[in-house]
Write a protein that binds this ligand. Structure first.
Ligand code: HEC
Length: 100
């Protein structure tokens, strides 16, 4: 497990997206921002945008990633590392951002 965390931290650092503590829970949002963008607009073609996405839908997806009913290795790790309150806060943050 510590390997998984180390790899995730390394990935976040490697992607160089750490405007640390710019906002409350900044480190947590930043761990998603490495892939989904701080503004919820993903830079990679295989990563979905989260900005303005339906909040209930995204919460459902996090549950599905966590319990494995929606399969995706990275998202499974991300969904399992965070507590329910962190997930709600982050999803609310992304849902409130303007969609592109
Ligand atoms: C390593 C890159 C990576 C990180 C870090 C990451 N994601 Fe994802 N995320 C993805 C990819 C890729 C998908 C698309 C999965 C698929 O193809 O099924 C995804 C899908 C999602 C979805 C579903 C979107 C949809 O339209 O169905 C949500 C919600 C989500 N991520 C939230 C998060 C949150 C919240 C975090 C931070 C805790 C996070 N992600 C961190 C790569 C990442």
């Amino acid at each position: 497990m510590s390997n998984v965390i180390t790899n995730t931290v390394f990935l976040v650092l490697a992607l160089g997206c750490l405007p640390a503590l710019a906002q409350p829970r900044g480190a947590v949002v930043t761990s998603c921002a490495a892939c989904h963008g701080e503004d919820g607009i993903a830079r990679e073609a295989d990563v979905p945008h989260l900005a303005g996405q339906n909040e209930a839908y995204m919460l459902n997806q996090m549950t599905n990633f966590r319990n494995g009913s929606r399969r995706h290795p990275e998202m499974r790790i991300m969904a399992r590392e965070l507590g329910p309150q962190d997930i709600r806060d982050i999803i609310a943050y992304y849902a409130a951002l303007p969609a592109r």
